[in-house]
Write a protein that binds this ligand. Structure first.
Ligand code: GLN
Length: 535
């Protein structure tokens, strides 16, 4: 079968769930027996989001191969249940860097380097290569941003060119827009959608389908109006009302006939009958009233929950596995230092400290770990959450008040967390951490091993600092168990406290491998302990 291309563009406003829509569409095609590949094109100039503030960009999602990517890749992996690679996400920055280094090498000697064709050809090469690389039947390509952005123009130009090069019958454009609601008149408006389609058509792209997002029910005549003004078939205007359950999106798209429509229009042959029952059951279970478990998430970027997207989803998956509902209390770590926000921590059934960088709020996170340790409240630490747990242990149990991570105090006399040796000479910030999948061996009988039910695991990493092995013996004497180590025994991967219902933390990021249908064992273990110890 020739590879088919589904291009997702956004109109009107950003943050309407284009990534989720693409992910859910990918699932519908996978369920029909097609091999699906996904790619996100980010028009910004950063080489990757690794150096961007979570406030600007939300979570940095890490892949097996260590690529630091856009959080939409998390949606793709969770919905479609696939493992993506570096080629599934690239930015303008990467494209320009590549072309400029070629220019310096002299590859274009004599030529003037221009956006068209040099930049666009490099974009095209990357879009075209993912299908070949993955041997996919269908490649879903999502263009970041909104139609009309200056940055995204070269990307859209490439999609237009590709339509002719791979054949119109193999390409399908899905435009995801937003329908505003005017309260005063009780009306849903289609004009912004019309304008965004006009903008798209001015660069030579006519959408084949419009997915119109809305917070309110959309009547058939609104859809017909969009079809008429935007020149798409009536069946190809799909209203998508905001759902309270993220995992309902594929069901809504399936119900609207999106899967069948795509298969028909792209002239594909399904090899399997779609069975969305498992997803229906999942959504039913999410909606069923359940006992609530409260988790205090003590972080740095809590105003923007997108910064903890995968952690939040992993908590939800684990809650479902334990037949409870999770209520996340978002706690600003820096508040705890000022005696604020403690009510949320004190009322919580479990405390979670996620990853993070920089010193703001560090002491608050250490205090949260101390509270969990002393009051025997279930605790899950992720990366930095493991490091602060070790700092608290050194201070509170081993009486080294000066203990710290050299990330926050270079002069600490007891640097329990220190820079890895191979990190010392590094000067570039971007893409230089310990990144991606690494193996870890678990100690038999430990809480971690029990949670996993396995002895050897592989998890995704993103950190520069590491537990300092000089202090391992002191810690063990004090009651800390190093329950997960790298196979060569050199790097601490999981720590836990023996005399505690569940105080487990990992140097890696388990949240990246949690799936709605396959909740992550450490999160499940944590949630179970929180449920069982409920106040
Ligand atoms: N800042 C810490 C380090 O670099 C933790 C990183 C993280 O939590 N992802 O090691």
């Amino acid at each position: 079968m020739t590879t088919k291309y589904l291009f997702f563009t956004g109109g009107v406003v950003s943050s309407v769930g284009k990534g989720v829509t693409a992910a859910a569409t990918g699932l519908l095609l996978k369920e029909r027996g097609f091999k699906v590949a996904v790619q996100k094109l980010d028009p910004y100039i950063n080489v990757d989001p690794g150096t961007m503030s979570p406030y600007q960009h939300g979570e940095v999602y890490v892949l097996d191969d260590g690529a630091e990517t856009d959080l939409d890749l998390g949606h793709y992996e969770r919905f479609i249940d696939i493992r993506l690679s570096r080629s599934s996400n690239f930015t303008s920055g990467q494209v320009y860097a590549e072309i400029i280094s070629k220019e310096r090498r002299g590859d274009f000697l004599g030529g003037t380097i221009q956006v068209i064709p040099h930049i666009t050809n490099e974009i095209k090469r990357r879009v075209a290569s993912i299908g070949k690389e993955t041997n996919a039947d269908v490649v879903l390509v999502e263009v970041g941003g909104t139609v009309g952005d200056i940055e995204s123009q070269p990307f859209l130009e490439v999609l237009r060119q590709l339509r002719n090069e791979v054949g119109r019958e193999n390409v399908f454009f899905i435009h995801v827009t937003w329908l505003p609601y005017i309260k005063a008149t009780g009306e849903i408006k289609t004009k912004p959608t019309q304008h965004s389609v006009a903008a798209l058509r001015s660069i030579g792209i006519s959408p084949n389908m419009i997915i119109a997002r809305s917070d309110y029910p959309v009547d058939k005549d609104i859809c017909d109006k969009i079809a008429l003004f935007c020149d798409v078939e009536k069946e190809a205007v799909v209203p998508m009302i905001t759902s309270d359950v993220l995992y309902e999106v594929p069901l809504l798209l399936e119900k609207a006939g999106v899967g069948d429509y795509l298969v028909e229009k792209l002239n594909m042959k399904s090899t399997r009958r779609v069975d969305m029952k498992p997803w229906e059951k999942l959504v039913e279970r999410v909606r069923k009233p359940k006992q609530t478990v409260k988790v205090a998430l003590v972080g740095k970027y809590v105003e923007l929950q997108d910064a903890y997207m995968s952690v939040r989803e992993a908590l939800k998956h684990a809650a479902l596995a334990n037949d409870v509902e999770v209520e996340i209390g978002w706690v600003h770590a820096a508040d705890l230092e000022k005696d604020k926000g403690w009510d949320v921590v004190q009322n919580a059934d479990g405390i979670l400290v996620p990853g993070g960088f920089g010193s703001r709020g560090i002491e608050g996170k250490i205090l949260a770990a101390r509270y969990a340790r002393e009051k025997k409240i279930p605790y899950l630490g992720l990366c930095l959450g493991m490091q602060v747990m070790c700092i608290d242990f050194a201070r509170g149990v081993l009486n080294h008040e000066d203990a710290n991570s050299s990330e926050f105090d270079r002069g600490s006399e007891y640097p329990v967390i220190d820079l890895m040796l191979d990190q010392r000479a590094i000067t570039d910030m971007g893409g230089t951490m310990r990144l991606g999948l690494y193996p870890c061996e678990l100690q038999e009988g430990s809480k971690a091993a029990k949670a996993y039910g396995e002895k050897k695991v592989e998890e995704r990493h993103r950190h520069r600092f590491e537990f300092n092995n000089n202090y391992k013996k002191d810690f063990e004497k004090g009651g800390m168990v190093f329950s997960g180590m790298s196979p060569d025994g050199k790097l601490v991967e999981v720590v836990e406290i023996a005399d505690h219902p569940f105080m487990v933390a990992s140097q890696f990021h388990p949240e990246f491998l949690s799936r709605p249908m396959k909740p992550h064992p450490l999160f499940v273990g944590f949630m179970k302990a929180a449920r069982d110890g409920k106040k």
